[in-house]
Design a binder for this molecule. Structure first.
Ligand SMILES: *Cc1c(COP(=O)(O)O)cnc(C)c1O
Length: 432
């Protein structure tokens, strides 16, 4: 009997079923995956059918007939990668951290020029290291991109190493502002180069950068994929299968793989990721709207004490849902100009669950996080618990009044009440 045709599964369904075994082949599989720890695997007898007909990891790294050694492939990691690949609409690989994924992206493209502006400071440190001892130019995102053909990375591949690499973070850390991916992808390709997007702040289901022409997507899976502030991991995804195989080969050699136990935690987290991220995004957009109503020139809610309205505590809010408007950079430096024609709603559904605010003075910014009950004063983002951070504590050189908020899964009214109470106390106790 042929089973009834079902429509292609949607994101929430994929997150739960994408890696389940085929029940025709394996009729009694466990509903939850087993924890698989082995680093090494027994070789089959050379004369066995299995050894003769099995598909090797080199031929099918995403689903070989057997494992050899866990630096190459391993059961739990393959399952997690299958779920992520389907959710991202590409071929995904896991790395030991977001920054090890970033370093692997640079090693993959071997760019001679890198175009980048702002974004996560750690990525800039990785780029700096990559440039050491190499003749690499780092230019601004809006500079002219040099046309460099690059050279093929292998006989059968059209990947050209040495070409210009455009690195775009969107939405941007720490402000949650989006950048026009289509615009930069086109410019990268016009210069025969490649574009990578660090999409950490807006994972699926909020955006799909492949739809906008990017070549590779990077994520710090430590954030929304992990979602519980208890694992460190990174993702790289491409749509070209040959390039995926080459990336896998690189990773098999450099060993930037996550540990088996963490990978199990990640797989568990993936099941609820679409739900978590959607809710976190909704709550963040509500809080953004509320905080924006406390800025200068806005009409504050009547339930809010007058002393925390009219820009007294919150001077500015940044978030993709408030674009187009002056960016953080433009706010702090009037020589900077960014493109304001782009509408982020064509790229992101809702807005990222992380955003930035500018506090009216440094003292308030230093103490606000410590007056809150539900927002933990800590770096990082993407977990179920809300976090708040005076950004200069982790990101040197930042204006000391800039704060980053990562919205968790608490009730939005509780978070709002917490913010109102903390800001009121701040004005009462710490007025300059
Ligand atoms: C956290 C983060 C990274 C680095 O990821 P790790 O997992 O900490 O190595 C890179 N980019 C962005 C945007 C991040 O938020």
């Amino acid at each position: 009997m042929t089973p009834p045709e079902l429509p292609p599964p949607r994101l929430e369904t994929l997150a739960i079923h994408a890696d389940q075994p085929d029940h025709h082949e394996q009729p009694a599989y466990p509903a939850a995956p087993s924890i698989s720890m082995s680093t090494t695997f027994r070789h089959p007898h050379p004369e066995s059918d299995f050894a003769k007909t099995g598909i090797s990891m080199e031929d099918r790294p995403e689903n070989p007939s057997m494992h050899v050694y866990s630096r190459y492939t391993q059961e739990t990691r393959l399952r997690a990668e299958e779920v992520i690949s389907k959710m991202m609409d590409g071929h995904a690989l896991l790395y030991s951290s977001g920054l090890s994924a970033a370093a692997s992206a640079l090693d993959f493209y071997m760019p001679s020029t890198i175009a980048i502006r702002r974004g996560y400071f750690g990525v800039h440190a990785v780029i700096k290291k990559y440039c050491l001892g190499r003749n690499v130019k780092v230019i601004d995102l809006d500079d002219e991109y040099p046309v460099v053909e690059g050279i093929p990375a292998g006989d059968h591949l059209d990947l050209r190493q040495g070409a210009t690499l455009v690195w775009v973070e969107s939405p941007l850390n720490p402000t949650g502002e989006a950048r026009d991916l289509e615009h930069y992808a086109k410019r990268a390709h016009d210069a025969k180069g490649y574009m990578v997007v660090d999409a950490t702040l807006a994972p699926p289901p909020l955006q799909n950068p492949f739809k906008h022409g990017v070549d590779m997507i990077m994520h710090s899976a430590t954030k929304y994929f992990g979602g519980h502030s208890d694992l460190l991991m990174g993702v790289l995804a491409v749509q070209d299968y040959n390039q995926f195989k080459l990336l896998w080969e690189d990773r098999s050699q450099n060993g930037r793989v996550p540990g088996n136990l963490e990978t199990y935690l990640l797989l568990r987290s993936l099941r609820t990721m679409p739900l978590r991220v959607r809710r976190q995004s909704e709550t963040a957009s509500k809080l953004v709207k509320f905080l924006y109503s406390l800025t200068e020139g806005q009409i504050a809610d009547t339930h809010v004490p007058d002393k925390i309205a009219h820009g007294c505590v919150v001077k500015q809010v940044w978030h993709s849902t408030l674009q187009p408007r002056a960016t953080l950079e433009e706010e702090l430096d009037d020589t900077v100009k960014e493109n304001h024609d782009f509408d982020p709603s064509s790229q992101i559904t809702g807005g990222p669950p992380t955003f930035g605010i500018l506090i009216s003075n440094e003292t308030y910014a230093t103490f606000l996080s410590h007056y809150l009950s539900y927002f933990i004063p800590a770096t990082s983002l993407g977990g179920v618990e809300s976090l708040i951070e005076q950004r200069i504590v982790s990101s040197p050189g930042m204006d000391p009044r800039v704060m980053r908020i990562s919205v968790g899964l608490e009730d939005v009214e509780d978070l709002k009440a917490d913010l109102i109470a903390a800001m009121t106390r701040l004005v009462d106790e710490r007025s300059p």
